[in-house]
Design a protein around this ligand. Structure first.
Ligand code: SF4
Length: 254
């Protein structure tokens, strides 16, 4: 079951979010299917159609069209707070992601220097040096870390076979200004209880991001038995993790 339809173009929005305010989305992924190195149990786009860390070339929007579309969008919406790379899966899987990130940054600097650049990435490519260098071009590199042990990673994020937790953590540690976002869930799979929770806290302490943002699923979850974590529990967890790690932790909910 798909909860939200896939994005139909390169630019979508502007959307409003509590974290970023008014933001234009940038989708570098194919528009006909979801392509990601994860298949998270809570994904608002439903199941991953093509799950890989090494996608075949073919269905991605060409760089020239991405840049033309972004330029037009920046001129049409000069008042947005963020230009945010996200879309129908994992944005860093576009084969020309580093060149696109650099060119979009130059466009932003020329046309709308006040617009900030954000990216939502699942962190599975951040250990590749060329991707890490590209992530450093973003004002807000927001990278996922839902699990601190391989079993919980497998149960919540259901990664492609090539993905390793230690690679994700190595990558996150090296991205300048890295903001970790963690989606907390309970029920059939949980990262808020027992050993899974302890491993996640230890992983955050090891990565030491600039900030941790926690939230839970906002829409009906497409998978039976996956439960939303309520706001008062998120608040309690944020306080506990701040106290135990010394990190800045923010809880978000709708
Ligand atoms: S990483 Fe993001 S796009 Fe990919 S499956 Fe998870 S929630 Fe969906």
């Amino acid at each position: 079951m798909r909860v939200l339809p896939l994005e139909k173009d390169i630019i979508y929005g502007p959307l409003f979010s509590r974290r970023l305010g008014r933001s234009l989305g940038v989708n570098l992924l194919p528009t006909g299917y979801k392509l990601c190195s994860f298949d998270c149990v809570y994904c608002h786009y439903g199941r991953t159609d093509v799950k890989t860390l090494v996608p075949k070339k073919g269905d991605f929007p060409p760089m020239r069209r991405v840049l033309t579309t972004v330029e037009m969008a920046l001129r049409r919406h000069p008042d947005v707070a963020y230009l945010t790379f996200s879309g129908n899966g994992e944005p860093t899987l576009h084969p020309h992601f580093p060149s696109i990130a650099a060119a979009v940054r130059r466009l932003r600097d020329d046309i709308s220097p006040k617009v900030r650049l954000a990216i939502f990435s699942n962190g599975t490519t951040a250990h590749f040096p060329h991707i890490r260098e590209a992530l450093a071009l973003f004002d807000a590199p927001i990278l996922k870390l839902d699990a601190g042990d391989p079993e919980t990673l497998a149960r919540i994020n259901r990664p492609a076979p090539e993905v390793k937790l230690e690679d994700i953590m190595d990558g996150l540690k090296e991205v300048p200004g890295c903001i970790v976002q963690s989606v907390l869930v309970d029920g059939r799979v949980s990262n808020i209880r027992g050993e899974a929770f302890e491993a996640w806290v230890a992983a955050l302490a090891a990565v030491r991001p600039a900030q941790v943002q926690i939230y839970s699923t906002d829409y009906p979850v497409p998978e039976a038995g996956v439960e939303r974590v309520l706001p008062y529990v998120l608040k309690r967890i944020a306080e506990e993790v701040e106290e135990r790690t010394g990190l800045q932790v923010r809880a978000y909910w709708f």
